[in-house]
Design a protein around this ligand. Structure first.
Ligand code: PLP
Length: 423
């Protein structure tokens, strides 16, 4: 029996075809260097919690106010998750039921805006998220999305533009936060603008929730009305989401999530969120969060030293956005070559990208996953070297080098076993 079959014996017996795919994915996650900044490795405890019989239970409503009987345990599970979220983030109210980040954001619109209202967020190609009012998203179809960006000269959020747009357009809701922002978000500056313009301010901290929990990024709490976050990125929980706020917005958010948008919560996910939040309250999580940032800064330095162009010139958080234009290799070709070299990244638009979104100039990388495996700043020069060699090899079609790097990557990864994977 393989390690994977030993870990999932019932699955291996009942559905060998599916079990083989799970085993293959476990090997892929073990042997590759995973640099996608929105990904991570959850602990074995989080994995176990999300695979429990809590899965079997319907529990529409909230603890103590359910539409189904038999909630003796489920109510306690959800209450644990809620209380832990409140403690970790220092908020009055937490809703742990949103199925994922996108539905959580939709619930925010449902709570504070009517169809056709003006809403404001960062443009997708500037580093915002689809759900911040971008046109192809329901949030851009059902609301009138106005969008801000970053300055071309600095790569930093253009607060003059944010203020001007907010005062002119008077949006009901302003989103800050994004998916490709390598710098600290100035929640206080957004808070001032939101108050001036009378908007509800939402900090979408999906990417950086774990850094905030671990004290490695400032908290939005004193400055914003609502915090939206996924639980599966730097926070290192299961795929899910949370909405948090002061007491005054609690009712509106809860009503929007259920019955406004969803039916029964995914109790196995709620349980795994509770476990992840317990982990996030430990001193070791602070070490992890600070190590994520230290690794990203060290990796950025090592890449700059090798002639890479980084948007905004570097990073304050877990994420690095590279513009490959000077290397004369398009983002997609680089990303695919890196994948063949065992280094998993995603191609990404850079601000003011002259290329198309499906074939952009950049790649986006981040350090949460490698930090969860135990890699530290002393390994970042090696990582930068691999990226440098692979991008060069992508340009010249040198498959031999990519294959050689893949073996080197697997060697180092074997010395840093990932949490949750069978050994
Ligand atoms: C990842 C992300 C989301 C969406 O989360 P999903 O779980 O993929 O729906 C929303 N906002 C931001 C800023 C994100 O990074």
């Amino acid at each position: 029996m393989t390690a994977s079959q030993l870990q999932h014996p019932a699955l291996a017996a009942a559905d060998p075809e599916l079990a083989a795919l799970v085993g293959a994915e476990e090997r892929l996650q073990a042997e590759t260097l995973r640099l996608i900044p929105s990904e991570n490795y959850v602990s074995a405890a989080v994995l176990e919690a999300s695979g429990t019989v809590l899965q079997n239970k319907y529990s529409e409503g909230y603890p103590g106010r359910r539409y189904y009987e038999g909630q003796q345990n489920i109510d306690q599970v959800e209450t644990l998750a809620v209380e832990r979220a409140k403690a970790v983030f220092g908020v009055d109210h937490a809703n742990v039921q949103p199925y994922s980040g996108s539905p959580a954001n939709l619930a925010v619109y449902l709570a504070f805006a009517e169809p056709g209202d003006t809403v404001m967020g960062m443009a997708l190609p500037m580093g915002g998220h689809l759900t911040h009012g971008w046109g192809v998203s329901a949030t851009g179809k059902w609301f009138r999305g106005v969008q801000y960006g970053v300055r071309q000269d600095t790569g930093l959020i253009d607060f003059d533009q944010v203020r001007e747009l907010a005062l002119k357009e008077r949006p009901k809701v302003i989103f800050c936060g994004g998916t490709a922002l390598p710098r600290t978000i100035d929640f206080a500056a957004f808070g001032e603008i939101a108050r001036e313009s009378g908007a509800v301010l939402v900090a979408d901290v999906a990417h950086i929730a774990g850094l905030i929990a671990g004290g490695a990024h400032p908290s939005p709490v004193p400055h914003v009305d609502v915090i939206s976050t996924t639980t599966h990125k730097t926070l290192r929980g299961p795929r899910g989401a949370m909405l948090m706020s002061r007491e005054e917005h609690a009712k509106a958010l809860d009503k929007a999530v259920f019955p406004g948008l969803q039916g029964g919560p995914h109790n196995q996910t709620t349980a795994a969120i509770a476990v992840a939040l317990r982990e996030a309250s430990q001193p070791s999580f602070r070490d992890y969060a600070h190590a994520v940032v230290a690794n990203a800064k060290a990796l950025a330095e090592a890449l700059l030293a090798r002639g890479f162009d980084l948007v905004s010139g570097g990073t304050d958080n877990h994420l690095i956005l590279m513009d490959l234009t000077p290397k004369q290799v398009p983002g997609k070709i680089a990303a695919k070559a890196l994948d063949r070299a065992g280094i998993v990244v995603n191609y990404n638009t850079v601000p003011y990208d002259p290329r198309k979104p499906f074939d952009p100039s950049g790649i986006r990388i981040g350090t949460p996953s490698l930090t969860s495996r135990g890699l530290r700043t002393e390994h970042m020069a090696t990582v930068a070297d691999w990226i440098d060699r692979a991008v060069a090899a992508a340009g010249t079609g040198d498959e031999q080098t990519l294959t050689a790097i893949r073996a080197e990557v697997a060697d180092l990864m074997a010395a840093f076993p990932a949490p949750g994977l069978p050994v």
